[in-house]
Write a protein that binds this ligand. Structure first.
Ligand code: 13P
Length: 247
């Protein structure tokens, strides 16, 4: 299990440090559960100082695919590893929706992250219109194929997928455990086609979209749900820690 907090564009530097301190304290010893927080870029170094030596790992929310150079405003993979990142969230639906990120772009970022030893958390998921049109599986199939094109996985811990139905993000409207399990099983099948049974079984497939303490346990109890990518509830250390305990 992996529980990751996506803080999105929330918390200035003091607030990020305070939240990280509270998360470390509230999470305590998570046992077998892997835990990560993904603060905004400007707070990564400071949050690393807080979480370093604790079970809480650090992730970023985005990254550029080039090594370095004239890309004003962008952040490279090497910059992220230099401040202690283990993970990087890639292809979040908010980046696809507001910043025009395509599957091909996400694929370039995934490759670059893996070249630098960062574990990409690749986000996929359909919109409400797509679900209602019966296209959810086709959309997810295309996103998975696009993001993973040309990517070999030998060590299943070097890649994470996050199924985040867009209609469940920040809406309070969670997928039912049955809806989540059905799509996670579908995604597992796609991974099996690519990487074989054993590797597919061991790749973490997270659920994201209004996961909170009250619904986490039943979502996480589904056979193919291997953790959560938490937005709103990750901004409250007690709620985030409760989800970690549910895992
Ligand atoms: P919420 O938990 O706020 O719905 O956000 C989910 C998400 O987008 C995590 O990446």
């Amino acid at each position: 299990m992996l529980i990751a907090g996506n803080w999105k564009m929330n918390t200035d530097l003091p607030a990020a440090v305070a939240l990280a301190e509270a998360v470390v304290k509230e999470v305590g010893d998570p046992g077998d559960v892997q835990v990560a927080v993904c603060p905004p870029f400007v707070s990564l170094a400071a949050v690393h100082e807080v979480v370093d030596g604790s079970p809480v790992r650090l992730g970023a929310q985005n990254m550029h695919f080039e090594e370095q150079g004239a890309y004003t405003g962008e952040v490279s993979a090497a910059m992220l590893t230099s401040v202690g990142c283990t993970y990087v969230i890639l292809g979040h639906s908010e980046r696809r929706q507001y910043f025009g990120e395509t599957d091909a772009l996400v694929n370039q970022k995934v490759k670059q992250a893996r070249r630098h030893g960062l574990v990409p958390i690749i986000c996929i998921g359909e919109t409400l219109d797509q679900r209602e049109a019966g296209e959810a599986e086709a959309v997810v199939r295309t996103q998975v194929a696009g993001a993973l094109e040309g990517i070999d996985v030998e060590d299943p811990s070097t890649l994470v997928l996050a199924y985040e139905p867009v209609w469940a993000i920040g809406t309070g409207r969670t997928a039912t455990p049955e809806q989540a399990q059905a799509m996670h099983a579908f995604i597992r099948g796609l991974l099996r086609e690519r990487y074989g049974e054993a590797t597919a079984a061991a790749i973490h497939v997270l659920y994201g979209g209004s996961m909170k303490p009250g619904n986490a346990a039943e979502l996480l109890a589904q056979a193919d749900v291997d953790g959560g990518l938490i937005g709103g509830a990750s901004l409250k250390a007690a709620d985030f820690a409760a989800i970690v305990r549910a895992a």
